[in-house]
Design a protein around this ligand. Structure first.
Ligand SMILES: *[C@@H]1O[C@H](CO)[C@@H](O)[C@H](O)[C@H]1NC(C)=O
Ligand SMILES: *[C@@H]1O[C@H](CO)[C@@H](O)[C@H](O)[C@H]1NC(C)=O
Ligand SMILES: *[C@@H]1O[C@H](CO)[C@@H](O)[C@H](O)[C@H]1NC(C)=O
Ligand SMILES: *[C@@H]1O[C@H](CO)[C@@H](O)[C@H](O)[C@H]1NC(C)=O
Ligand SMILES: *[C@@H]1O[C@H](CO)[C@@H](O)[C@H](O)[C@H]1NC(C)=O
Ligand SMILES: *[C@@H]1O[C@H](CO)[C@@H](O)[C@H](O)[C@H]1NC(C)=O
Ligand SMILES: *[C@@H]1O[C@H](CO)[C@@H](O)[C@H](O)[C@H]1NC(C)=O
Length: 524
């Protein structure tokens, strides 16, 4: 009797173990054109929590079938992992692919938890691991520091397309029904991946939500180094507090241009803030009293101007007036102050970019880059990346396929200049018949006060993904994007973000915290 009991207990614990790591899908046949599947595993995740994008709390109590697929591209020297989360109950018949940031293609994205909680089957990919966040992965380079071409292709375009193919197929196998609609959701690198899909694989997604897209890769990434190059060449290193003096003065001057004083510069175009107007001003910063010098004002002006050649020719866009240099993420104009000494700190992604992609020398010292060398590096970057910059303006196949796209970009972005996104928009408009024609399938929203992908100060889009879903599935093209934030006094501020080229204008009388107090106007 005792023996049988023991056997029972043993069997029961084997079952317990098995259910702790229970596979949840059988995949016999998965065909990914151009790729070879190396491995498929699955595990049932029951009542687990998943991180959400800050400041949202983690999503708890979610249950899903967690499928991991490893594949390679013959000759590509790459190993790519795709992970798909399939909600065990309440699938909403939609598929959502999620994007990455920096050098990450997005595996383990914080967008997965919210997606699954809303009933999407959702996917992310490591894109072959070109890098991890801000850091390059040295294993993606050969012994001469040349990037392994297959891994670079994965990062630029291939792995996102594979994820769409794999994610939709696995979704269909699990539920016995193909997803009714497929969506892209991402910011920064994730924004670039989404816009690139519209360019290269117009049938992958019905709807694309791409925020702060780092398109124009050849121009953008090298331009991120410009503030660091300026500070080193001017031998002037303003602390973040000193930068904030300029921010505050520009807000004080230009906040009201849209008809309301709300701490935001919405009308950047008409703001003629002159950094030199602060020269000689005394500011209390970092525990000491500072006088704003001419060279500090020059640094600020050059950061807003963006990269130029030594003779003054503009190469690319700078950060915009109202930029919050010290916000949320380490930005392009980062400095570190300790013991009264301030040093310039480069944006890590770009520092790696210059060392690995342009100089092929991981020990290259970027602090020595002169203005002349900066212009050469810019030209090299644009040339090297001519076919990989995710900025092909021909979106007609995407338009023809019925795709819809929403792009939003914070005007106070401290990493990716909003001017790059506008430049792309203008190129698409010239090719495709102007603003109205492009608005039929792509709407663009610039968000005052908001930094790279979020943060900053001011109302931030609350659910742009819901807006693209409504557009795709109901034909409701968004004229505005609902946005909200809680101001420092604790009051909830609602604002509808106007679509480009319209701008928000206060009606002169309504409560500035209420969205209906504003209209979208042709100009201020
Ligand atoms: C697939 O992955 C699992 C889990 O990592 C591992 O145990 C297994 O050996 C792999 N199979 C193949 C064929 O690589
Ligand atoms: C889910 O997990 C939470 C936290 O671990 C626990 O409190 C709750 O009882 C669990 N629910 C179920 C249905 O297992
Ligand atoms: C790919 O890998 C093979 C074997 O590991 C190696 O001989 C070859 O040089 C690699 N190719 C590239 C482009 O790195
Ligand atoms: C800028 O304004 C903010 C908000 O009012 C304030 O907290 C900060 O101290 C100001 N910074 C400087 C350098 O004046
Ligand atoms: C700051 O200065 C003090 C006194 O000179 C020194 O002991 C300390 O190490 C310094 N701290 C840093 C971070 O440099
Ligand atoms: C870009 O593509 C064109 C046309 O396919 C090709 O001739 C050229 O070599 C490519 N340039 C780079 C830098 O890869
Ligand atoms: C589409 O419109 C219907 C009717 O107004 C509404 O119930 C539904 O929620 C909408 N769906 C989406 C995705 O917006």
């Amino acid at each position: 009797m005792a023996k049988i009991n023991n056997a029972f207990i043993t069997l029961a614990s084997i079952f317990a173990l098995a259910s702790a790591a229970q596979s949840c899908i059988t995949i016999n046949d998965l065909n990914v054109p151009g790729a070879e599947i190396l491995n498929i595993t699955s595990i049932l995740q029951t009542n687990v929590s998943a991180p959400a994008p800050p400041p949202d709390p983690a999503y708890t109590g979610i249950s899903f079938c967690d499928v991991t697929i490893v594949l390679t591209h013959p000759g590509g020297n790459d190993t790519v992992t795709v992970e798909i989360w399939l909600p065990t109950t309440g699938w909403n018949s939609r598929f959502q692919a999620t994007g990455g940031g920096g050098f990450s293609s997005g595996i383990g994205s914080a967008l997965l938890g919210p997606a699954v909680a809303q009933g999407y089957s959702a996917a992310s990919t490591d894109g072959g691991n070109l890098g991890f966040g801000f850091q390059i992965n040295p294993e993606a380079f050969d012994s001469d520091y040349n990037v392994i071409p297959g891994i670079f292709e994965d990062y630029i375009y291939r792995s996102v397309h594979d994820m769409a193919v794999v994610g939709k197929a696995v979704t269909e196998i699990y539920y016995g029904k193909a997803p009714s609609f497929s969506y892209w959701n991402g910011c920064s690198t994730g924004g670039r991946q989404g816009v690139n899909e519209a360019q290269m694989y117009p049938d992958d997604f019905n709807g694309i939500m791409a925020a702060a897209p780092v398109i124009n890769l050849g121009q953008d990434v090298i331009a991120f180094e410009w503030p660091y190059i300026v500070m080193n060449n001017e031998k002037t290193f303003p602390s973040q507090c000193v930068f904030n003096t300029f921010l505050n003065a520009s807000i004080a001057q230009c906040d009201g241009l849209d008809g309301v004083k709300d701490g935001l510069i919405s009308n950047i175009k008409d703001c003629d803030f002159d950094p030199y107007s602060l020269v000689g001003k005394q500011v209390e910063c970092d525990g000491t009293s500072n006088t704003i010098s001419h060279s500090v004002a020059t640094v600020y002006r050059k950061i807003l101007e963006g990269p130029r050649t030594p003779s003054g020719e503009q190469l690319w866009y700078g950060l915009e007036l109202g930029v919050r240099t010290n916000d949320l993420y380490t930005g392009d104009a980062n400095t570190a102050t300790s013991n009264g000494t301030t040093i310039a700190v480069p944006f890590p992604v770009t520092d790696e970019w210059i060392k690995y992609f342009l100089k092929l020398d991981p020990s290259y010292d970027t602090s020595t880059i002169t203005y002349a060398e900066s212009a050469e590096l810019f030209a090299q970057s644009v040339n090297d990346m001519v076919n990989s910059s995710s900025n092909n303006p021909d979106l007609s196949p995407f338009h023809k396929a019925g795709g819809k796209m929403i792009v939003w970009h914070g005007l106070s972005d401290n990493i990716a200049p909003p001017g790059g996104t506008l430049n792309y928009r203008h190129r698409v408009e010239s090719l495709m018949g102007g603003t109205g024609a492009v608005d039929d399938f792509w709407r663009l929203f610039f968000v005052p006060g908001i930094s790279h992908c979020g943060g900053g100060y001011g109302p931030v889009p609350t659910d742009p993904l819901a807006a693209i879903v409504a557009w795709v599935e109901n034909g409701t093209a968004p004229d505005t994007l609902a946005a909200q934030f809680t101001d420092p006094s604790g009051a909830v501020v609602n604002h509808d973000i106007c679509r480009y080229p319209l701008v928000s204008r206060h009606d002169g009388k309504g409560d500035p915290k209420v969205a209906s107090s504003y209209t979208c106007a042709e100009s201020f």
